[in-house]
Design a protein around this ligand. Structure first.
Ligand code: ADP
Ligand code: MG
Length: 232
């Protein structure tokens, strides 16, 4: 049997007296897309950073494809885009590609710019990009080494309506190509339409898991509202 792409076993994370994430189990299969929905401070970013290998769990185990953490398997897009404003779009991707030891870096960078609809601005400085363009470039950056798993922390934040729609469409396309991800979002609509499974995270716990027929915006929105009302 193929091991899950991502597996968290009784993972906990504390920062001094603050428990950001309580004992959490999670399995994400190859090709699966999972959304995390929850209020501020619920532990969503902590979970993502642990999955990304950027934070070590206080307790428990993280495995990727059954093995110890492997940063080549994950692409992370956090609250900061990690782009260099002085570098062009192309240079940003080439630089990121070299960090990950990507072969034929220039070619890969050009391919990604094409895929994200940024080929025309390849030689423009990232610092001059709109929020929507920056976010597309940041996704290209996170995908530079063709990771099995994408970890996207609130990628819709700060985007206007057209940019939100463009990013939603882009994520649909990636999903159709078999891309797996963990996506943190505040948008019930996006969580429902872009994922196989939605997890409600409250107070450092996954309090509810919705998938299949239950996973539509109305049911998810209702479950989220109830979960928020019944906390503490
Ligand atoms: P979310 O992404 O759901 O808003 P976070 O994972 O960022 O939540 O935070 C969960 C809890 O952990 C919060 O109480 C937050 O203040 C705390 N926390 C997160 N990161 C740190 C850190 N580096 N140091 C101390 N406390 C942290
Ligand atoms: Mg967060």
């Amino acid at each position: 049997m193929t091991p899950p792409l991502l597996q968290l076993e009784a993972v906990e994370k504390s920062y001094g007296p603050v428990t950001a994430l309580r004992s959490t189990d999670l399995e994400l299969k190859e090709g699966e897309t999972v959304s995390l929905l929850g209020p501020n401070g619920a532990g969503k970013s902590t979970l993502l950073r642990i999955a990304a290998g950027l934070a070590a769990p206080t307790r428990g185990k993280v495995k990727l494809q059954g093995h110890a953490h492997d940063r080549q398997a994950v692409g992370y897009l956090g609250h900061a885009t990690l782009l260099y404003p002085e570098l062009t779009a192309l240079e940003n991707l080439v630089f990121a590609g070299r960090l990950y030891g990507v072969q034929a870096t220039e070619q890969r960078a050009e391919q990604l710019l094409e895929e994200e609809g940024l080929a025309a601005v390849a030689h423009r400085r990232a610092g001059g990009f709109s929020r929507g363009m920056s976010q597309r470039l940041a996704i290209a950056r996170a995908r530079v080494h063709d990771p099995r798993l994408l970890l996207l922390d609130e990628p819709f934040t700060g985007l206007d309506v057209p940019a939100t729609e463009a990013l939603t469409q882009r994520l649909h396309d990636l999903r159709n190509q078999g891309q797996s991800w963990l996506l943190v979002t505040h948008e019930v609509q996006q969580a429902a339409s872009l994922s196989d499974t939605a997890l409600l995270v409250i107070g450092g716990r996954i309090v509810q898991t919705l998938s299949g027929a239950e996973l539509n915006a109305e049911t998810l929105g209702h479950a989220y509202k109830l979960a928020l009302e019944s906390r503490s």
